[in-house]
Ligand binder design. Structure first.
Ligand code: SF4
Length: 286
């Protein structure tokens, strides 16, 4: 039986996230979900890219890879390909995942490779001092949007669903119990799973947008969201403009590494048949 701190590299603590940052809350939810499921931590690989969120892997006592900007899913794909029996989890931010890593994101979803991706979306590049990101809401401010962001933001859950992910969910650093539950379900899905966690960056997003400190930001996030189950029973006019949280999409589709291994076995059988002289050429191998 592991204690909570057994999942952390305590010699690396205290962390260097700003006071009131939401990334620690999301990291805690992930650890509790892993613990509740009783997953073997020696069978888990955590992969991150670059950004404040990606620092999480430095504090977690698993096999971890802290990779280059936007490439967490590319490295994770390699790990999963090499050892499909491993549970591979990617921790990424909105800039890392949706900007420089956007192509890796859509192709990992398209392949339905068995990776759980947790996106800590605080709508800004925190580590590099507050530039607007692909998820900054229109009209909000950042250091590179001093007059307000004119771009339309990505809905990362809709993007994941359209690209082929088989489990898609969203919660926030305010709705911690829900976040834990959704991460658990994502970890149990055999395929590409995405949990978007809306979270707070008081240092840049809160300050640039004059929302206030961590508490005000958490309330701001809470007020913008509505549970998908509650929304289903409500007048659509009242749901308009709200961000849905909860389990948003789930389906079944064949998983990439399983398909790959099946294909590899078929190729090996075909070669064995050639060597045995029971087949003449590739064109009639089936
Ligand atoms: Fe968190 Fe923002 Fe500080 Fe980064 S800059 S650690 S995202 S509060």
């Amino acid at each position: 039986m592991l204690e909570f701190l057994d999942y952390f590299r305590t010699e690396r603590l205290p962390h260097i996230w700003c006071p009131g940052c939401g990334h620690g809350t999301v990291t805690g939810a992930l650890v509790r979900a892993i613990d509740k499921l009783g997953l073997d931590k020696n069978n888990i690989v955590l992969v991150s890219g670059i950004g404040c969120s990606s620092r999480a892997v430095g504090y977690l006592d698993f096999d971890t890879l802290h990779t280059t900007h936007g490439r967490a899913l590319a490295f994770a794909t390699g790990v999963k390909h090499g050892r499909p029996s491993l549970k591979v989890i990617v921790l990424t931010g909105d800039g890392d995942c949706a900007a420089i890593g956007g192509n890796h994101f859509i192709h990992a979803a398209r392949r339905n490779i068995d990776i759980t991706t947790i996106i800590m979306n605080n709508s800004i590049y925190g580590m590099t001092s507050g530039q607007y990101s692909p998820t900054t809401p229109q009209g909000m401010f950042g250091t590179t949007a001093p007059y307000g962001n004119i771009e339309h933001p990505f809905d990362l859950c809709e993007l994941a669903k359209a690209a082929g992910a088989t489990y898609v969910a969203r919660a926030t650093s305010y709705h911690v119990t829900l976040l834990e539950e959704l991460i658990e379900k994502a970890l149990m899905n055999k395929g590409f799973s995405v949990v978007e966690a809306l979270t707070q960056c008081p240092t840049y997003f809160g300050r640039k947008n004059k929302i206030g400190g961590p508490v005000e930001l958490l309330n701001w996030i809470k007020d913008r969201t509505i549970n998908v189950k509650a929304a289903a029973a409500m007048d659509p006019e009242k749901v308009k403009g709200k961000i849905l949280i909860g389990e948003l999409y789930r389906t079944e589709r064949s998983e990439y590494t399983a398909d790959y291994n099946e294909m590899a076995a078929k190729v090996q059988r075909t070669f064995a048949d050639y060597e045995g002289g029971t087949r003449e050429c590739a064109s009639n191998s089936d």
